[in-house]
Design a binder for this molecule. Structure first.
Ligand SMILES: Cc1ncc(COP(=O)(O)O)c(C=O)c1O
Length: 365
């Protein structure tokens, strides 16, 4: 079976480095919020080209903590996309704010600016852009849009590790960017982990307080926080895995280019090619097919793993029953949800794996 991710096939050198990192942490005798977290935060901020990174327990908490640092909560609205992991929307609910769901552009599955504009109300505090599948697009336009509307730009970078737009990295465009290091992400820990990145020192300081019970200094709790700390063990793993991220991203792009060049089946369409050479890091490679479920079964039977991201958009989930959406509806989201299918695109794929996926996809009738 060609898997969606194949951690067991990772380079032996990476495995050895991670085992050494485990030993380093174990023998250090310090397991929470120590040197490993500080070092990884500094390295990640540097990679993202921002002043600060704050390690937290997962990507959803990074979104939530960021919203809290900005004072976004009850009575406020945050516009985002329903074509995302539910965690994006859940983080908005968790701070007591209302998500408002905008439609996507059909050719990228990224938020449509026209639709977001239709969703704005006097309560709108921010647009939370989700860099779906690993793509950045039109970031200067989004910055200008938010500036003109007088609202904040926030970034959910959970799928877009170090994707770039005009030389700037995901997470550096808005008030903050939220990264997930869930194991399957382009940079993943060996468990749950996340980080908030920002150029705003005060925001970062507040995030550090909130992630640690709202504690400003030992035993002082000026606000109600969370327990959302990044463990030393995960930080140490991330430091090692970060050294492979660039080469892994290069391989993801090669796989994607091979699909774009060689998948030729009238029943299957691709999303748009990236507009800039580094704007897509191919966390997922998504195709569309009117008979998605039949394609999925066929691929599985032929030994090609696949998954739909996402078959049930957020506005069709029960907690969103009362949520406001684009007054024109969400036709592009609904069409995408019925037709999208992710096929294997990961750094451990061999050329033979890629050729097999192409052959199998092309033979679908
Ligand atoms: C777009 C998006 N946002 C948020 C998250 C949440 O990240 P985590 O699982 O680390 O909480 C994910 C992860 O699935 C995601 O893909």
């Amino acid at each position: 079976m060609i898997l969606m991710n194949d951690f067991k096939a990772e380079p032996e050198e990476l495995v050895q480095r991670q085992l050494a990192a485990v030993e380093r942490v174990l023998r250090s005798g310090w397991y929470i919020l120590g040197k490993e977290v500080k070092d990884f935060e500094a390295a990640w901020a540097n990679c993202c080209g921002v002043a600060e990174a704050v390690g937290v327990a997962n990507g959803m908490d990074a979104i939530e903590i960021g919203l809290r640092t900005l004072g976004i909560g009850a009575g406020d609205e945050v516009i985002t996309t329903p074509m995302t992991a539910f965690a994006t929307v859940l983080a908005i609910f968790r701070v007591g704010a209302q998500p408002v769901l905008a439609d996507i552009d059909a050719d990228t599955a990224l938020s449509s600016m026209d639709s977001v504009a239709r969703c704005i109300s006097s309560k709108t505090k921010a647009v939370l852009l989700v860099h779906m599948y690993g793509q950045l697009s039109d970031m200067a336009k989004w910055q200008e849009f938010c500036r003109l509307q007088g609202i904040l730009l926030l970034e959910d970078c959970a799928q877009a590790h170090l994707a770039q737009w005009s030389g700037n990295v995901a997470g550096s465009f808005g008030a903050y960017g939220a990264y997930s290091f869930y194991p399957t992400k382009n940079l993943g820990a060996i468990g749950d982990a996340g980080a908030l990145v920002t150029n705003d020192f005060e925001l970062a300081e507040r995030a550090r307080v909130i992630r640690n019970y709202g504690q400003s200094e030992r035993y002082h709790h000026p606000e109600l926080g969370l327990n959302s700390r990044l463990d030393e063990l995960h930080a140490a793993m991330l430091t090692e895995r970060l050294k492979w991220l660039d080469s892994f991203t290069v391989r993801r792009r090669e796989v994607a280019e091979a699909y774009h060049a060689n998948v030729k089946n009238p029943a299957i369409t691709m999303l748009a090619l990236p507009l800039q050479s580094k704007s897509h890091v191919y966390h997922l490679f998504v195709v569309r097919c009117e008979e998605r479920d039949r394609l999925s079964k066929y691929l599985t039977a032929a030994g090609v793993a696949n998954l739909a991201h996402y078959p049930i958009p957020a506005h069709q989930q029960r907690p969103c029953a009362e949520v406001r959406v684009d007054p024109n509806g969400l036709p592009a989201v609904e069409a995408h949800a019925k037709t999208c299918l992710s096929i294997p695109c990961h750094p451990q794929m061999t050329d033979d794996d890629v050729a097999k996926v192409v052959e199998v996809v092309n033979a679908f009738k």
